[in-house]
Design a protein around this ligand. Structure first.
Ligand code: ZN
Length: 409
């Protein structure tokens, strides 16, 4: 039950705050008891009941809510540096996919990898993410693409739930149509709908069902079937939508009441209006825009239409080979013209909303989980402007230290 005192700037990211308001309090204190925040505000107003609690010193630094990476493809084997070089020579994402590269090559490597190896890679990535201030990670399946292999990936995520971070699993069996189903794609959609979704729901292996709606992946009609089947079994819909082509993904997200529509580099005006009226969160993935040269997502148009915009890494071996969420936040500023405060909210309270967890995480308010990071900076603007390898000096999840600068993990 400590009190963190001498916080230079406490960015609370209040649930009720406006999109551009990080809820910053100067000269602040933060009180938590076990896994729960008890109080956050100006240190001078610290209630007497907490005055005698053990004090810790934030040394005048910035304190933010634990970062929420609400879109990753965490479990995969191998990398695709060869395609990075090919793209730089002019090959497009769709060219590479058509030649059997892209997602299909990671599927082959992932299927061949042992479960212990895949799990160890996830733990290694998560440990580094903890060092960057990330306390919650959404993790998608999607490199298995058979019932057994998809269940194996979700099983790995379940086993990671005992680790330091909160893991939110998503079934993404509809990532691409696997090669063996190329000429009978309807059968693959049926497999997801009739076999995989009921089993994943019954075993409680995922919270969300996601579909990649794109020319190289699934049509709007196929996605509708899969997402509605997921919904009938209690898996909330999410979509990879309108990334490379404007194909009605945002409109479908609104129609099925998705928790989020992610990517949206090519979103239409009608799609933006539909998302605003249905309350769908837009998840921006600036690394994918940076690496593919597509986009960026039109954050200003989305925000002015009233659509909340989250920021995530899309960590995957193809289009976004980085889990550095603070860098993605800086890119959200430079590429998408979001303010640092909007980017911070996008990677905390709005990201929590995209995961249906904003009642529990994403802001520093009494009753919420004691998830926060201490940043060696004096303001949100300074932190996201001055790009350093890592400015995070301490990460706390559920009231426990999960990382401290200079200490072994
Ligand atoms: Zn993705």
């Amino acid at each position: 039950m400590p009190v963190l005192r001498n916080i230079g700037a406490l960015a609370r990211c209040l649930s009720s705050g406006a999109p551009g308001d990080a809820g910053v309090v100067s000269a602040a204190a933060l009180v938590w008891d076990g896994a729960t925040i008890r109080w956050a505000g100006p240190e001078l107003e610290l209630p007497a009941e907490f005055a005698g609690w053990p004090a810790e010193d934030a040394a005048g630094r910035l304190v933010i809510p634990g970062l929420v990476d609400c879109h990753t493809h965490l479990a995969f084997a191998g990398w695709r540096a060869d395609e990075f070089a090919l793209r730089l020579k002019g090959a497009t994402y769709l060219d590479i996919a058509a030649a059997g590269g892209g997602i299909a090559s990671t599927v082959a490597k992932t299927r061949a990898a042992g479960t212990d190896e895949l799990r160890a890679r996830c733990v290694s990535h998560l440990t580094e993410m903890a060092g960057l201030g990330v306390t919650t990670v959404e993790a998608k399946s999607g490199y298995g693409l058979t019932a057994e292999q998809e269940l194996r990936l979700l099983g790995i995520y379940r086993s990671l739930a005992s680790g330091p971070q909160r893991i939110v699993a998503t079934l993404l069996a509809a990532h691409v149509v696997p090669a063996e189903y190329r000429d009978r794609r309807g059968e693959y959609v049926e497999l997801i709908e009739q076999e995989l979704i009921p089993r994943v729901a019954r075993e409680g292996l995922a919270r969300f069902c996601d579909v990649f709606v794109e020319e190289s992946a699934f049509t709007v009609e196929e996605a509708r079937r899969i997402l509605l089947a997921g919904k009938r079994h209690g898996l909330a819909p999410k979509l990879h939508a309108d990334q490379l082509t404007s194909c009605g993904g945002a409109e479908l997200a609104a129609e099925v009441g998705a928790a989020s529509a992610d990517h949206l580099e090519q979103v239409s005006e009608a799609g933006i209006r539909a998302m605003a009226s249905a309350g769908v969160v837009a998840v921006s993935l600036p690394f994918a825009s940076l690496y593919l040269g597509v986009g960026p997502l039109p954050a200003r148009r989305l925000l002015s239409a009233g659509v909340p915009v989250a920021v995530a890494t899309d960590f995957n071996p193809g289009s976004a080979p980085s889990y550095h969420l603070p860098v993605a936040m800086t890119l959200a500023c430079t590429l998408q013209r979001m303010t640092p405060a909007e980017a911070l909210r996008g990677a905390t309270v709005v990201a929590a909303q995209a995961l249906g967890l904003n009642w529990e995480i994403g802001s520093l308010e009494p009753g919420k989980s004691a998830d926060f990071a201490v940043i060696d900076s004096d303001s949100v603007d300074q932190w996201l402007y001055h790009l350093r390898p890592n400015a995070c000096v301490r990460t706390v999840a559920k009231g426990r230290d999960i990382w401290r600068a200079g200490q072994p993990n």
